[in-house]
Every structure is written in structure tokens, then in C-alpha cells.
Write a protein that binds this ligand. Sequence first.
Ligand SMILES: Nc1ncnc2c1ncn2[C@@H]1O[C@H](COP(=O)(O)OP(=O)(O)OP(=O)(O)O)[C@@H](O)[C@H]1O
Ligand SMILES: [Mg+2]
Length: 451
Amino acid sequence: MNFSMARRASLQISLLSLLGVVVIAAFAYQSIWMWQQMRHHDAIEQATLAAEQVLIKNSMANAAEMWQRLDEVLLSIGNVQAKVIGADGQIMYGPPVLWADAKYKETHMVSLAGLGGEMPMADLELAMNITEDRNFLTFIGGLFVIASLVWGVLVVVISGFLAKLQLKPLREFGLRIAEFNPAQWNETQSQVSRMNVMDASNEPEELRPVIEQFNMLMGKVKQYNQQLLSFNNNVAHELNTPLSSLTISHELLLKEKEMNADHWKESIHSNLEELQRMNRIIQSMLFLAHTTQGQRGRFIHLPSLRSPIEGVLEYFDYSFEDGDLSTSLTGDASADCDPELIKRAVSNLLSNAIRYAKAGSTVELDIQHNQDNNQIWIEVRNTGKSIPEEAVSRLFEPFYRVEQSRSESHANHGLGLAIVAAIARLHGGDVKATCDGEQVAIGFSIMGLSS
Ligand SMILES: Nc1ncnc2c1ncn2[C@@H]1O[C@H](COP(=O)(O)OP(=O)(O)OP(=O)(O)O)[C@@H](O)[C@H]1O
Ligand SMILES: [Mg+2]
């Protein structure tokens, strides 16, 4: 059965409290019963002693006087009847059955052998009528049972009500989540609600961590949402420019009255460049989508990461020469990785470094295995254009470029480092970028071999 938390808590409390009450009631009942037993025992002992005294003292006197004395003694004790049986087995005193009508009685028998002189006696039997006491005990027992049941019901109702009252903030929390509309979570809201969906400061201690976690989660959702929006925006923007220029170019060609073969060829050539550019963006986006979704390529064991990286350096030979740049490659490590993806990441880092390094400087490439966290870092360092501090942390966002001017953005779309980050994630690694004056270091890591 699926009980609510409140009902479960109230049932548990009720059961516990009922158990407590039953134990106390049983203890009280047992105490009263023992006290009654002791009282009956004492009374009958007392009556026996008194009766024996009368019989001893008066055994030589006449019988009528002796039985009268015994009547008086029994009357003074109250509730006790006695029977004296003679040596011949005849009843000398008292009724044949003591307390014949009583429902409950306590009897006691003592030997009187040798007493009575001419009237030899054998036994003294005493009985106490305890019906009233037993009835009282039954009444008390019943009272305890009823009181326990009433108490149990009361505790269920009251604790249920209190538990509901205590869980009210939780219900309100649920309602607020249900009412929360992410579409209205914009900059026009107050500072608290802009940062957090809910204010945890006035909530009960138990609920605060839950609200804080919820706020954190919603913060991430908001961040992802914004990234998605800006991604869509950027894609549209990036594709809009070549598409517009293609459209205009075609319209102009169609409007031409005379067909000039050279001009048409030139236009088709430039349109082809735009198409190739669009194709590059789409290919990069597809690649990014595949790697972000975790599509692994061919993972193989490489005893040395240097060989694929040296291949990339060779590929860029002409660019290095053209930019009057020299290169250096230090360090090495072995890894399980997709060499094609590693080459692509290194190539993205190198193409950036070549673009921004100042003439005559050296582009350094370094491979380091960090044994502490088993990460192999591949870093490219160059001296040239510095990157503002606020931009460093955003370099790996898709379509992010430090300088967004049109001329630069024509050839580059800000997808290179996003691809590096996706490749690093695919290899269980991370990315980092630092800028110290003119020295820019951008790198990524992949997971080292498991020992
Ligand atoms: N070595 C570097 N020195 C200075 N700025 C850099 C360097 N590397 C990257 N950047 C900055 O980071 C931005 C993002 O780089 P990224 O490689 O992601 O995009 P891109 O090079 O502009 O375009 P794409 O790589 O898609 O052709 C660049 O536009 C540039 O502003
Ligand atoms: Mg780039």
C-alpha cells in the first residue's frame, strides 16, 4: 500500500504511543491485582490467627459462648466466614459451604488437631468473599482497554493533523514547482528569482538543501536553454550571410540583359566559395553534434602520441613558413584514443595559434601525462594576440569569437575550440585556456591508460 509520508509518520507515532499506554495499563492492572492478592492474604491470615486465638482461649468454655466469640471476631474482620470441623468430621461451626453465593472467594484451611478438650476439633476453614474486588479489577481492566483505544484513535487523528501541518512547506514547495513557468524567468524578475527559482531562506531546515539543489538544477537548465537559444541564433546568423549573398548574386545574374560568359563564370566561382563555406559550417556542426552525443570513433592503443601530432605539424609546414614561425614539440605519452580525432583537435589548436602568433615567434606543442588524475594534456602555446580575461572562459562555446568583426568571421566561425572540447569529453578529458599577457596557452586532455 502506498501511504503518504504524513499518514505513515502518524501511524508509527500512534503505534508507539499505543504500545506505551498498553504497557503502562498492563503494569497498573498487574499492580492492582497483586495488591488485592496481598490484601486478601493478609486479611485471611489475620482472621485465621484471631479465630485460632478464640478457639484456643475458649476451648474449655461452653460451646455457645465460644461460637459467639468467634462470630464477633469474624464480624470485626468482615467479609470472612469460618467453618470448624470436628474430629468426627461433623461441622461444629459455620455453614456447610462458605460464601455459597459468592462468585469469587479465597479459602484457607488450618489443622486444629488436639484442640477442644471434650469437643475435639480437626480443621478450621476460612473463606473470604473477594467478588467485589474482582469486579473492581475487571472494571479497571475494561477502563484501561477503552482508554487505550480512545487514546490510540486520538493520537492517530492528532498526529495525522500535526504531520500534515509539518509537511505543509513540502506541499507548498510542490505547488510552487508546478506553478513555475520557465518562460517567465527572465531579467524583469527580482534579483532573488533571477538567480533562484525559490527563496530558501524562510523555509524549514530540512527543505533548504532540496530547494538549493532545485535552484542549482534550474540554473543549469537556464544556462543550457540560453546556450541552445544562442546556438540557434548563431547558426541562423552564420548561414544567413552566405545565403543572402547567393540570393542577391543569382537575382543580379538573372536581371542581366546580355549574357556575359566571363562575368557568369566569375559569379559562379564566388557562389561556389559561399557554398563551400556553408558546407564547412554544416560539416563542423554535424561533427560537433556526433562527438557531443558521444559517438566514438576508432579507439586504438597508441604507444606514442607524438607520431600523429608530428603528422599534423608537417601538414602545417607551409603555414608556419608563411607566418615566419618556428615550432617545438616536447613530451610524450601513450594512450588509448581515436588518432583521427586527436589530429583534428591538434589541428584546430594549431590553426588558431598560427593565425594569432606574431611573426618570428615559436609555437610550442607540449604533451604531458599528469599522474595525479591520470590525464594526458596536449597544449599549444603561442605568443601574439592576448585574449581579454572575460573571453578566456568562453572560448570553447560554439560560435564564440573574441573579435566578431565580419571580415574575420568570413573564414572562421568559432567552432574549432568547441570541437576540441567535444573531442576531449569523448576521451574522458577536459579543456583549459590561459592568457598571460601575450602568451596564450590552449589545451585539452584525454584519459591516460588505466593501470
Ligand atoms: N591562440 C589564440 N590566440 C588568440 N586568440 C585565440 C587563439 N585561439 C583562439 N582564439 C580566439 O578564440 C576564438 C574561438 O576559436 P575557435 O577556434 O573556436 O574559432 P575560430 O578559429 O574563430 O573559427 P573556426 O575554428 O571555426 O574556423 C577565436 O575566434 C579567437 O578569437
Ligand atoms: Mg579555430
